[in-house]
Design a protein around this ligand. Structure first.
Ligand SMILES: C[S@@+](CC[C@H](N)C(=O)[O-])C[C@H]1O[C@@H](n2cnc3c(N)ncnc32)[C@H](O)[C@@H]1O
Length: 279
């Protein structure tokens, strides 16, 4: 596939898989507040390991997980990874499982083709248990016989390195959606790059989330200047980026909007109100 003709709309043989995941995400709203804890090196702790514990609500979960528009491009990326890497089962690595919503989308995309294996990592044992249950139920409900998954629990500081050793290679798609700290993101990227299929994809979420993420995305753009890169916008702001390895740079770089024009305007208005309120 030529990345200049990237179509974020997946064409699935069983499109209802998408709506099933979207419904699962919305059903989280009904969840009673639950206790969770999390041990990780976080952006604001300057490299120290921090334990966070508290109560989480269904609403917070919904906000933290991929909405349908984002899920569609995850399905699309899984399909593309398969096509670009010559067909056959693929391997996907995801950093940041939360409760497995993005993982379900990735499984749906893989299952639509030749299947494969998803490795998804989560620092909170409570969220990881929910991810495992949601992914297992999704696979069983739709009888997805050609996909498997594993949920790796623990701080990336401990779990990541053993997942990117040469014997684990190659991954065909990597989705980095957690621990949005500048240095950590650069390290995850470089380590994943080393075990990526030559025509694989790396997707970064939240490239405009903080000053650190904006800086690291500039560094990565420079590092990967010989590859094709596309940017995905949400609410008229850069949100995610995908690097297509083995394809030449695209001039000008394509930008795609994940949301419709009314959604975009609504998001922009909310952001403007929040800024005005903060000021
Ligand atoms: C934005 S959420 C992931 C959302 C999910 N990919 C989706 O779209 O449905 C990020 C997740 O990464 C986890 N996380 C963040 N930093 C981490 C770290 N250093 N180690 C382990 N997990 C981490 C958080 O607990 C959170 O559940």
């Amino acid at each position: 596939m030529d990345p200049s003709s990237f179509d974020p709309e997946p064409h699935l043989a069983r499109p209802w898989h998408l709506y099933d995941v979207a419904a699962l995400r919305l059903s989280l709203l009904a969840k009673r507040p639950f206790a969770f804890h999390f041990e990780a090196v976080l952006p604001d702790t300057r490299g120290r390991t921090e334990t966070r514990s508290g109560t989480m609500t269904g609403r917070q979960l919904v906000r933290a997980t991929s909405r349908l528009s984002q899920g569609k491009w995850l399905v699309r990326l899984a399909q593309l990874a398969q096509q670009r890497c010559g067909g056959g089962p693929i391997k996907i690595l995801e950093l940041g499982a939360c409760v497995g919503i993005s993982g379900c989308y990735l499984l749906a995309g893989m299952a639509d083709g030749d299947g494969g294996h998803l490795v998804t990592c989560e620092g909170s044992p409570e969220l990881a248990a929910m991810a495992r249950a949601n992914l297992a139920a999704f696979v069983a409900r739709h009888r997805l016989g050609n996909v498997t998954f594993e949920v790796v629990v623990g701080s990336f500081a401990e779990t990541f390195e053993p997942l990117v050793t040469p014997d684990r290679a190659p991954y065909h798609l990597v989705f980095i959606d957690g621990h949005h700290q500048e240095d950590a993101t650069l390290r995850y990227h470089e380590r994943c790059r080393a075990v990526l299929h030559p025509r694989g994809l790396i997707a970064h979420d939240d490239i405009d989330w903080s000053d650190g993420m904006r800086r690291v995305w500039k560094t990565l753009e420079q590092l990967e200047r010989d590859q094709a890169i596309i940017e995905l916008y949400q609410g008229n702001r850069p949100s995610r980026a995908v690097i297509f390895y083995g394809d030449p740079p695209l001039q000008p770089r394509p930008r795609y909007h994940l949301d419709s024009v009314p959604e975009r305007l609504a998001r922009q208005a909310v952001a403007a109100l929040q800024t005005a309120h903060a000021g």
